[in-house]
Ligand binder design. Structure first.
Ligand code: SPV
Ligand code: MN
Length: 628
């Protein structure tokens, strides 16, 4: 569209107030993007949202006015439903649009760019007819920082932008300073036709990502993982940009771990969805920076990270006063909260599985009117709240917010943690020998049993390197390589740890309680600061019994027995060898660009495990290993 036409389209559709707000951002590329979106989706009206409180309030009220959210009794609380078939990220219909002949390798869904663009344009043609288009500006990472990425979100969903006002730093003023800079991310979303306030045409749900132009299109869906541009859609764009610019975009929490004498050591950690990531970042006595996405850059040779977000879109199942007191408090006291896909009782209160309160037998949920025992079309029983039901809150509403949560220069990364859902292989915590071994043998081999956060069967062991596979916009091998390279010129590469909260005994009983993860994280903090001796295993370093015993007593008032320690920290050689074989096969067969060092580390670990097996057997007690 020519510049003259852009102006005409905008003038014709925007009233003078909104036109002025848009024109105050002197950015040609932005104006063209908005004009193109108007021509394509044909909305009735357009609202431009600045960072002004009255504009944010307009969005908040609009979400209630148009029924996408409904108010609850507690001030500031609302609830929202996504469609019955729109309860998680939809991997099948999420695709990268690539030029002919290009591929991102196996396991990364893509299609021809021209074909995909034509399809999505077809689906979006006139899709906002009669609707109000909302144009909002946000920033990934703290504003005014080297980490900042400006973004524009266009959508017809007030729920989507309301969520974004809670989850992301506001970016209109930053856009103003940005001038004509073309380096921003663009997101165009439409929830499409609605039926009782939920997207109706779920068979036409599509999420298409144009990496070359840094634009994501999303249509006929409402679930935040598919629609909130700045969350997982932006992570995909950021991974690509980070590769080009030499930094990292990771699916990681960031937190302050509080050691002895008021020492704070910052950790980041990656876990697949529903594997304890948010609850780790919210551990009692510790301080949260963010729970989902972090960017890493080096400053004067030091590895530093920021939270990309400023809010939490967390899983609500099992959040209760006992296990998650801080979150529970913010979900039960006045303040801005959006509940998603919970059960609403007939007297208008939110309920969810695992809240440790009696749940009513009737109410309304994502399936409509609900009564205990209700079944869906396939005969499956519908739970009162969906397993992937969520809450959206601002981190500023939490008592345990870290004082550096919004620091523009980020926080120094003292350690990195990788964890999956693993019932029989890894010990509760182990430190990798060095950065390379950590990237390969802790991050790149991450596996987890699937959960309700994505659509599909649950409980299947899946390969998920760095818990970032779903969001990779570059080939897997290349992604591993940029991780390997990242710390090469750092003054100190952060030590890397694996954790496993899901280890079970032969009878299928968990070997650890939920609260125990605090001890592993506190041990890692001591480890990073060289305050403890460690035991060397064939694959890394594990804690000594005495140190854990003290940490359990001091922090959980628990008597930690030698028997428990042995059960938990036994090196399971057969299972570890099987895991190496399993993952090595994936790298050999499916990752055509896997760095050679991946196989070298696998061989080294296999040799060391076999040597230890010859000497000490299949199951090696930590007491039979040497401390360092
Ligand atoms: C996850 O599933 O990893 C989430 C929620 O953080 S979603 O927005 O769906 O990605
Ligand atoms: Mn996530």
């Amino acid at each position: 569209m020519a510049a003259q036409n852009v102006k005409q389209v905008l003038q014709a559709k925007l009233d003078s107030k909104n036109y002025d707000k848009l024109m105050a951002l002197a950015n040609d590329k932005l104006h063209k993007f908005v004009a193109d979106a108007i021509e394509l989706t044909k909305p009735a009206t357009v609202f431009v949202c600045t960072d002004a409180p009255e504009d944010i309030d307009y969005i908040r009220k609009l979400a209630v006015k148009n029924g996408e959210e409904k108010p609850l009794g507690t001030k500031g609380h609302t609830y929202h439903f996504d469609g019955y078939n729109d309860q998680g990220r939809d991997k099948e219909v999420t695709k990268y649009l690539l030029a002919p002949g290009k591929t991102l390798g196996k396991g990364i869904n893509s299609m021809d760019k021209q074909e995909g663009t034509a399809e999505i344009y077809g689906l979006m043609d006139g899709i906002m007819a009669g609707e109000e288009m909302l144009i909002c500006f946000f920033c990934l990472g703290p504003t005014n920082s080297d980490f900042s990425i400006s973004c524009v979100q266009i959508t017809d969903s007030s729920y989507v932008v309301h969520s974004e006002t809670i989850l992301y730093r506001h970016g209109y003023e930053q856009f103003k300073r940005f001038g004509n800079n073309p380096g921003f991310f663009r997101f165009l979303h439409s929830q499409g036709e609605l039926d009782n306030c939920v997207s109706k045409n779920y068979d036409k749900k599509r999420i298409y990502i144009n990496l070359d132009d840094e634009i994501v299109y999303s249509v006929n869906t409402q679930y935040a993982g598919n629609t909130v541009g700045l969350k997982k859609l932006a992570l995909r764009l950021a991974i690509k940009r980070a590769e080009a610019e030499g930094w990292l975009a990771e699916h990681m929490f960031a937190m302050g771990v509080h050691g002895p004498n008021n020492r704070v050591t910052y950790f980041t950690g990656a876990f697949p969805s529903a594997c304890g990531k948010t609850s780790t970042s919210m551990l009692p006595g510790q301080t949260i920076i963010g729970d989902d996405i972090a960017y890493f850059r080096k400053k004067d040779g030091q590895v530093r990270a920021v939270n990309v977000e400023k809010g939490i879109f967390g899983i609500i199942q099992d959040v209760n006063a006992e296990d998650d007191p801080v979150i529970y408090k913010s979900l039960t006291t006045p303040g801005e909260v959006i509940f998603g896909n919970v059960l609403i009782s007939n007297d208008g209160k939110p309920y969810w599985i695992g809240m440790k309160q009696p749940i009513p037998d009737t109410g309304t949920n994502h399936s409509g009117k609900w009564t205990k025992g209700k079944k869906d079309a396939k005969g499956a029983e519908i739970t009162p709240s969906h397993k992937n039901a969520r809450y959206t809150i601002a981190i500023s509403s939490l008592e345990n917010r870290d004082p550096l949560a919004d620091a523009g220069e980020g926080v120094p990364v003292g350690g990195i943690i990788y964890g999956g859902r693993d019932s029989d292989t890894w010990v509760p915590i182990e430190q990798a020998f060095n950065w390379t071994e950590g990237v390969v043998a802790k991050g790149a081999v991450l596996e987890s049993e699937t959960t309700a956060a994505t659509i599909g069967a649950e409980g299947v062991r899946t390969f998920n390197p760095m818990s970032n596979l779903d969001f990779l916009s570059i080939p897997i091998g290349r992604y591993i390589q940029i991780n390997l390279d990242f710390a090469k010129d750092a003054k100190k590469a952060p030590p890397i740890f694996s954790v496993n909260y899901f280890l079970k005994d032969e009878k299928g009983k968990y070997l650890n309680g939920m609260a125990d993860k605090l001890v592993w994280v506190l041990w890692a903090e001591l480890c990073v600061n060289s305050d403890v001796e460690k035991i060397e295993t064939p694959t890394g370093y594990i804690p000594k019994y005495e140190d854990l015993k003290k940490l359990f007593k001091d922090n959980l008032n628990k008597d930690y027995s030698r028997a428990d320690y042995v059960k938990q920290f036994t090196v399971r050689v057969k299972q570890q060898l099987a895991k190496i074989d399993r993952v090595e096969k994936i790298y050999k067969e499916q990752v055509s660009d896997a760095p050679e060092v991946v196989f070298e580390v696998f061989s080294k670990h296999r040799d060391r495990l076999k040597k230890a097996q010859e000497k000490l057997g299949d199951n090696i007690s930590p007491f039979d290993l040497e401390s360092k």
